[in-house]
Ligand binder design. Structure first.
Ligand code: ADP
Ligand code: MG
Length: 702
């Protein structure tokens, strides 16, 4: 509702704003949670027990009782039957309205008691007045925003909102089968769909509103998906208009090998066919004067790092700088070690270096690194996201490699853009993830990305055997650990949380560490958690990767990317608390060498020795497959895209109405329609996106 000039907003207006209900379209798209049927009066004798009904009846008795507790008891009779109304809280005004002889319209749930029908705290008002012709919407709301106010606001908004058709004439219609008794009916317009969803006629099959299969719902979902596709494809087009450095390896004048070829020559292994293929896809992108925006997917252990190193080599060979970023310091450290091993000797021959940049670095070291980066002597910079902080000035950053991030955050992408602004260009971007993106997600949230997939593991890996074991049998597992360590193997033990205060029943990594140390005399048991100082973490990691430490107890800090090939047993405590993709990532820390590896999922059982059936069912998927794609698909089914993407990464970009698990056909339609619409009807496309995404558009694009 508009504000009178100068008037302070009322609490209800403030609440509207808090819910993001600002423009008429926002209110029009604020759909009811459910509906109440106030369109008819039910004779009491027909009111089924447990159903919510509206009756009209006369008060025959009204009495305030004090025992066993103060309550108002009212008898009503509608001529077909009687019913008792019971109120535990009431005001003097209620007594007046509910006086004997009054005729009332009453709405509530009918309960059949020993003493006859009852309603507890029903809504009531004087009888008479017209019955509404549509169901009454009940909206999601918040404190200070009563339903009647919200209903009026929506009605006003629906009258004022601009809802002209944005589907271009001649466009293929969304695949919605709409049949009436006498044949095919036309697709509802957006206005018809919204009007209906706010005020459906009472004869509607409520199930079709609940499961969102009603044509009005389908129309809405189709529109939403179209807006998303338009916005994503539009941002892809905009990116294609930007400039980036052309990166191509060259054969040096002295007839030597270009850097990528030198790197291949020093690797202790040959690339798999899949690594070669994606390497070529990336090289082809880098050779174009348009910023690459590519997602490199590959199951855990498929060898993404070396592909990234090859891309870095191309960039450095062409005389440009490159940055490799990881979400945690430990992972960055590992990359650093690997990159140094592979590339530093090659770079040294060219008078160049690898720089290292993380948050908790010593001032002096950091200053030295910043100088190397600014002068260009550091051809490659490895670190955490500290690498793209404002103070970091690159001479000429041409390529950013981002590890284990589904999607680079908005702020980070904007920061990255700035890094080459002084050349009037943008760096290329390669994001790597071990969490495979299910097809529908790739088609929707990631529609503006190009995707490369490593679909093959390096040879010689033995498959990981996964076991589900109740935590009551922990002792057996510990015994097995002892045997593994005695055989020269190493073991990870993962606990969900570190602080007892966070949840009492969660294993505490510290306590587990103490227990295991005691149970395994003579074995070095280390502890790693996110609250440790980074120097401590480094020291622990070094002992473990060096093979000195037999068991590493950790929180999920090891989740991403850590690579210790000699580790062959992974124990995950409270596995039922993890997402499947997360478990798959964790499991991927073992099975990296030639030794047979195992993953033990310990699940907590309740007093009766049972874990929730769904929890176990879910974990069983881990046993059934080692295929990250299959696991991601099941994960998406179970958790939905919100959790899958991680709220922070997806932000507001999530779909409100459409459901990727069920609306694939609509998604395909939108995806096919969007390019044609952008090409042939750009003004309609712009109007459609503005209507649906409003201010969130920039967010989606970044
Ligand atoms: P991820 O894709 O999970 O990041 P990594 O890049 O860490 O996987 O690679 C996992 C392990 O496999 C590393 O030890 C790496 O050196 C090794 N590796 C990568 N490519 C090959 C290959 N083609 N042949 C053999 N080993 C490889
Ligand atoms: Mg990795």
């Amino acid at each position: 509702m508009p504000l009178a000039p100068g008037a302070a907003p009322s609490p209800a207006q403030k609440a509207l704003r808090k819910l993001g209900l600002v423009r008429p379209i926002d209110l029009a798209l604020h759909l009811p949670l459910r509906y109440e049927d106030e369109t008819r009066i039910t004779p009491l004798k027909n009111a089924r027990e447990g159903s919510v009904v509206q009756i009209e009846a006369t008060v025959t008795a009204s009495e305030v009782q004090l025992q066993p507790r103060r309550q108002l008891l009212v008898q009503v009779d509608d001529g077909t039957a009687t019913c008792e109304l019971r109120f535990f809280s009431f005001y003097p005004s209620h007594l007046k309205t509910l006086a004997v002889g009054a005729r009332l319209r009453i709405r509530g749930e009918v309960k059949g008691g020993f003493w006859g029908r009852q309603m507890l705290h029903p809504a009531f008002k004087a009888a008479g007045g017209e019955l509404p012709s549509a169901l009454t919407p009940v909206y999601p709301t918040t404190a200070g925003l009563p339903q009647p106010y919200l209903r009026r606001a929506v009605v006003t908004a629906l009258q004022r909102v601009e809802l002209s058709e944005t589907l271009p004439p001649g466009a293929p219609l969304p695949p919605i089968a709409i049949y009436s008794q006498n044949g095919l009916q036309p697709l509802p317009s957006l206005r018809e769909a919204l009007t209906f969803l706010h005020h459906p006629s009472p004869d509607v099959a409520l199930a079709t509103l609940e499961d969102h299969s009603h044509p009005a719902w389908q129309r809405l979902k189709a529109e939403e998906l179209l807006a998303q596709q338009l916005s994503q494809q539009q941002s892809k087009r905009e990116r294609e208009r930007l400039r980036a450095p052309v990166l191509q390896a060259r054969t040096p004048a002295d007839g030597g090998l270009p850097l990528p070829a030198q790197l291949l020559a020093v690797l202790p292994f040959a690339l798999t066919a899949a690594q070669q293929r994606v390497g070529q896809e990336i090289a082809a992108d880098l050779a174009l004067p348009v910023p690459m925006h590519r997602l490199l997917q590959g199951d855990v252990g498929s060898g993404k790092t070396v592909v990234a190193a090859l891309a870095a080599a191309v960039s450095m060979d062409a005389g440009w700088q490159c940055a490799l970023m990881a979400p945690t310091e430990i992972l960055a450290e590992q990359h650093f070690a690997k990159m140094i091993g592979w590339l530093e000797p090659l770079l040294a021959a060219r008078g160049q270096r690898v720089a290292w940049l993380v948050g908790g670095q010593k001032k002096k070291e950091r200053a030295a690194m910043l100088a190397l980066i600014e002068s260009g002597e550091a051809a490659l910079v490895v670190g955490t996201h500290a690498v793209i902080q404002e103070q970091v000035r690159f001479k000429n950053l041409a390529l950013a490699l981002i590890d284990e991030q589904h999607r680079f955050g908005v702020a980070q992408r904007l920061a990255l853009r700035q890094k080459l602004a002084h050349h009037g260009m943008e760096p290329h971007l390669l994001m790597m993830t071990a969490t495979p993106i299910p097809r529908t997600l790739a088609m929707s949230y990631y529609a503006d990305l190009d995707v490369s997939v490593i679909d093959e593991l390096p040879p010689g890996r033995t498959p990981i055997v996964t076991k589900l074991i109740a935590d009551s049998r922990k002792d057996e597992v510990i015994a097995r650990i002892g045997a593994q360590v005695a055989a020269g193997r190493q073991v990870y033990w993962v606990c969900p949380l570190i602080e007892e205060s966070e949840a009492l029943d969660l294993s505490n990594a510290t306590a587990t560490h103490a227990d295991l140390s005691e149970a395994l005399p003579g074995v070095m048991v280390g502890l790693l958690h996110s609250r440790m100082a980074s120097s401590e973490k480094k020291a622990v990691m070094a002992l473990f990767s060096g093979g000195h430490m037999g068991v590493l107890v950790s929180t999920t800090v090891i989740e991403v990317g850590v690579d210790v090939p000699n580790a062959s047993l992974m124990v995950i405590e409270h596995a039922e608390r993890f997402g499947l993709s997360q478990l798959h990532q964790l499991r991927g820390r073992v099975g990296r060498g030639a030794a047979a590896s195992a993953c033990v999922l310990l699940y907590a059982t309740n007093d009766s020795g049972r874990v929730g059936e769904t929890a176990k069912e879910r974990l069983r998927a881990m046993q059934e497959t080692n295929d990250g794609f299959e696991i991601a698909r099941r994960d998406l089914e179970i958790r939905g895209p919100g959790e899958f993407l991680g709220a922070r990464q997806s932000g507001d970009a999530l779909l409100r109405f459409a459901d990727l698990a069920t609306d694939t056909a609509l998604l395909e339609w939108a995806r096919a329609l969007a390019p044609w619409m952008l090409e042939r009807h750009p003004e309609l496309a712009a109007r459609h996106v503005a209507r649906w995404l409003g201010g969130r558009q920039d967010y989606l694009k970044a």
